[in-house]
Ligand binder design. Structure first.
Ligand code: CA
Length: 376
């Protein structure tokens, strides 16, 4: 976008102010508007669409699966029943991690999941989900919607015949459940922890072992000492897993997932075959689920953190600034290696980091002051 000089900006602002009056005087009569609406309504195709949506979540999984069901409901409501989407939990129609390929080939029309699951397809994908020590939910949304993030994401997915939309965010996650104290970076040596993704790679750099455990096995593994620690999501989901009954410490923050974005992916050809209003309805429902999921995570996590404090003997801890600084150094090394071998990942990371640098400066004078001096 062309930059406006101060003078131009003031001129435009004045014109915008005047436009309000012009709009009123130029208003069409009620009759004319009714007529126009009728014409528009008759232009809407009555064709019905029955689409399938697969997800990477267990069926009806709290917030993530439930949000997908709501997305389908909203699309049906907004389209007056012209579009119905049947939602399948992971494994019900296709295995969770095959969602991407199935939407790409058009076997199913759309899917909900998280872009870091597709790191094997393209290293750049994970920047659209979560980067350790990266941006929080509000900043990620600003980058995606207003900072060029979505455009890069679309460019990346285009070769897979997919169109992505931001469709949820977990907010800042927790650092995980530990049966060992973490007082210095040395305490990570020999630590066996369930920690997927880039976070797991950082853990290995500091001498720990990243153990892969399916969701259903984590509790038993932690209880039996097969692992010493695990990360999961945040207080709401973690409480349901029962970790507070078997772990000594609950560490904060989830430096490895500071605002994990979730995605809706739609088959590009199928999307293009829809009338314009249905395409807009999908985009609108995705934006609604984006804000709905984040709001649910924030509200439920706050509620369940208190529950964990009252219902268990778990000690809430925060990683020391020194530990976090060291983990951040290792993260930077890992991300540099990753982007060095993939030009598109480099391009996305450059956009991400430039935006992050700027917005951190802005938040230093706003959000940070607010949290430190007003809300603490
Ligand atoms: Ca997690």
């Amino acid at each position: 976008m062309k930059k406006l000089s101060r003078k131009d900006f003031l001129k435009k602002t004045a014109i915008a102010g005047l436009a309000g009056t012009a709009l009123l005087s130029g208003c069409k009569s009620e009759e004319e508007m009714k007529e126009q609406r009728k014409k528009k309504a008759s232009g809407v195709s009555g064709k019905r669409y029955r689409w399938k949506m697969v997800t990477t979540w267990p069926p009806n999984f709290p917030i993530l699966g439930v949000g997908c069901n709501l997305f389908a409901e909203w699309v049906e409501q907004m389209s007056g029943g012209r579009m119905k989407i049947r939602v399948y939990g992971g494994g019900e129609l296709v295995p969770p991690l095959e969602a991407f390929d199935n939407v790409s080939s058009g076997t199913v029309e759309l899917a909900h999941g998280c872009a870091y699951y597709w790191a094997g397809k393209s290293a750049a994908a994970q920047f659209f989900a979560s980067v350790p020590f990266g941006m929080n939910a509000q900043q990620v949304n600003a980058w995606m919607y207003s900072g060029g993030g979505i455009e890069l994401w679309r460019e990346l997915y285009e070769k897979f015949n997919l169109v992505p939309y931001p469709a949820g965010n977990t907010g800042v996650q927790m650092g995980g459940w530990y049966n060992r104290e973490i007082n210095s970076i040395e305490d990570y040596k020999g630590l066996k922890m369930r920690m997927p993704g880039l976070g797991g790679k950082v853990l290995e750099k500091v001498g720990g072992t990243a153990v892969l455990s399916a969701g259903g096995e984590i509790y038993t593994n932690l209880e039996r000492g097969v692992i010493d620690a695990t990360e999961w999501i945040g207080p709401f989901h973690d409480y349901k897993m029962g970790f507070h009954k078997i772990a000594k410490y609950y560490y904060s923050p989830g430096w490895h997932e500071c605002g994990t974005a979730l995605e809706l992916i739609v088959n590009k050809d199928k999307l293009a075959s829809l009338p314009a209003d249905l395409q807009a309805i999908i985009e609108t429902a995705a934006a609604r689920v984006n804000i709905w999921m984040l709001s649910e995570f924030e509200a439920r996590n706050a509620e369940f953190l208190s529950k964990i404090e009252t219902d268990s003997k778990v000690e809430l801890r925060k990683f020391s600034p020194e530990i976090l600084a060291q983990l951040r150094t290792y993260t930077n090394e890992i991300v540099s290696d990753l982007t060095a071998s993939d030009p598109f990942a480099k391009k996305v990371y450059e956009s991400y980091t430039a935006f992050r640098k700027n917005i951190i400066k802005w938040s230093e004078y706003t959000e940070q002051v607010y949290y430190n001096d007003i809300q603490s």
